[in-house]
Design a protein around this ligand. Sequence first.
Ligand code: ARG
Ligand code: ZN
Length: 405
Amino acid sequence: MSCTEKRGFTIPRDEVLWALPETDEQVEALQDLLNNTEVILWQPVVVENIQKGREVHFYVRASNINSIKAQLRQLTIQHKVLLGDVQGIIEKQTANDTVNARGSSSYYENYHSMKEIYRWMDTVVQVHSDLLQKIYIGSSYEKRPLYVLKAIHVRERDRTMTTLLEHFDFYIMPVINVDGYEYTWSHPSNRLWRKSRSSHGNSKCIGTDMNRNFDAHWCGPGASHSECQEIYCGPYPESEPEVKAVARFVRDHKDTIKAYITMHSYSQLVLFPYSYTMNKSKDHEELIDYTSTALNMLKLLLEEQSPVVLDILKRYESLAQKAAKAIKRTTWKTYRSGAGAQTIYLAPGGSDDWAYDLGIKYSFTFELRDTGTYGFLLPPREIKPTCLEALSAVKEIAQHVLQNL
Ligand code: ARG
Ligand code: ZN
């Protein structure tokens, strides 16, 4: 157990643990252990998704740490400490809310509260009134406004960006879960809150998983009808006012929207539909990598990499893979790509699948940094490079869309 000295006392700290079950028995034992102890799963999102040979990350309160570690040892499940002082990390990450001027570059190297993000939106829209517009699309369960920023064409230093903005408008929603996000700041012990803050009927638990609340195979396998679960799908599709607002906005613009991207953390993935089924989507071939297909065998057989062959291969290369490669060129980080359900787990009711079935062919979920070193507590110094790599992937997708209009 890691401890911090404070006025002579040693305070035990919460930890994030890593475990790797390697047999079916260990998977089952770990599921039991995590079900029967008060832990917050970081990866995967629910114990049912724990698989042999796949890393499991979970948050353990200080008082439970010794007992959990003893049991893991007894079960001979490989494990280690990922983060030894969770409260310390959270305190540091939430300390710098407004010390940097809005618009200064260091402002983008810190996390900010919801109140501060609202002020920031006003400021940027004012300062760049020629480029940005703020659109009100509805209000949250707790009656906070929901805004989308619209970026329109101006001359940019970046030539690719100029071209893209000449052809497309970009709609950006900085925060969808405004209530949940605010809650993570006002209640530091709940900095890792995931769900909305709604309450339906006389449920004893608060919150719906917004990424299980869209009308795409709503509440099938991979979501839960139990209010207390992290993947609670809500009482009905679009029960969450935030989900309804986004769905309405996208529906109202569906004939002009060419691509939809939703940004999550963490795992470093570029995912495309479907997540609600293991089946391939109709555009799987364009969206996915060809690693598992005959084309890849062809690639192996063709020793000679003639320009013609390379050109053919490039054209068949998946868009998701191109996006991942753009990231690699930008920051050298490795992002994997694939269809959601096949790559991580079944997750119905997600916004990407919903947008895709609405007719938006280019629909993606980015799972940003990292792969588990800090997980949901990514250090502020990684914010900027994460944004740069995500932006390069967005540009790659936008260019592809432009070439295929
Ligand atoms: N972090 C995501 C979640 O559990 C991954 C889900 C992927 N689902 C999807 N529809 N793309 O919410
Ligand atoms: Zn997510």
